[in-house]
Design a protein around this ligand. Structure first.
Ligand SMILES: [Zn+2]
Ligand SMILES: [Zn+2]
Length: 274
């Protein structure tokens, strides 16, 4: 089997800890096909993280059948045993709201990994929330909601920290890191205090944003503040983009000074040497 190497050094243990399939409302990807493509691309471990919300106002509400999702994972684990490690995760919309409800539904499932996201503010999708706002206000509103999330949510990793740029970039441009450094510091300090990790989400590398989520500035800040829990995810919604840009994300992490990235098992972080 072909192995990827970083500058002739160690063999890469490729992991994709953010992937969607047709168990998410916005993907048609078939899990078996994602797994088969992952193996072709030399991905060693994948964690599926389907969208989930208990808020009837959220677009994702009511899509997932959790039992069918876990059955699909089990069947893929059996089918691809020895070739690919497959973990069961979830990406919760606004996990700081309806917290008791999430706990009640998710605790019995014994998932491996829980991502937390702000996809909606005041029951509006981000794309709608930003309409008519000034650039500063829309980014600030988003980061303030993320701060609320990180203060109370029961999650393992904060997904795509500066997600607002995905929606704002075309009409409002990207944010200036310095303008939000203080707020981002508060978010990251709180994450570190509560043992919540962050991810390098490479979906931005496949779009006109042309950088990961969050940006390298934010990743550096996290490292400076003492953050260690880092996962890598493509946030892919298609089989063909599983593992996309993960080797670059590993290089970025290494350059910033991280020595480990993390995988999760039953919500426990396990370091993997970079
Ligand atoms: Zn997301
Ligand atoms: Zn996602």
């Amino acid at each position: 089997m072909k192995t990827l190497r970083v500058k002739g050094e160690s063999i890469i243990y490729l992991m994709d800890y953010h992937h969607h399939t047709n168990h998410s409302f916005d993907s048609k990807a078939v899990m078996k096909e994602v797994c088969a493509t992952a193996i072709e691309k030399n991905v060693k471990e994948i964690c599926f993280t389907e969208h989930f919300s208990l808020n009837p106002m959220a677009p994702t509400y009511g899509h997932i059948n959790l039992k069918a999702y876990l059955a699909d994972i089990k069947s893929c684990q059996e089918m691809f045993m020895d070739q690919l490690t497959i973990k069961a995760g979830i990406e919760i919309c606004e996990p700081h709201l309806l917290k008791d409800g999430y706990q009640e539904v998710l605790d019995p499932l014994n998932l491996d990994f829980v991502l937390g996201s702000v996809h909606n503010i005041d029951n509006q999708k981000l794309r709608k929330y930003l309409a008519g706002k000034e650039q500063d206000a829309l980014y600030r509103g988003y980061f303030e909601e993320l701060y609320k999330l990180v203060c109370t949510a029961d999650i393992d990793v904060l997904a795509h920290i500066d997600l607002m740029k995905r929606y704002a970039i075309a009409d409002y441009g990207n944010y200036q890191f310095e303008d939000f450094k203080e707020l981002l510091t508060e978010i990251l300090m709180k994450a570190i205090e509560r043992n919540i990790g962050i991810e390098i989400n490479t979906s931005g590398n496949r779009s006109k944003i042309n950088e990961p989520l969050p940006s390298i500035h934010v990743l550096k800040l996290y490292k400076e503040l003492g953050g260690e829990l880092l996962t890598l995810g493509s946030d892919s919604h298609f089989a063909h983009s599983v593992g996309a840009h993960i080797p670059e994300a590993m290089q970025i992490a290494k350059q910033i000074g991280f020595t480990y990235i993390f995988k999760y098992e039953k919500r426990n972080p396990i370091p993997v040497k970079l």
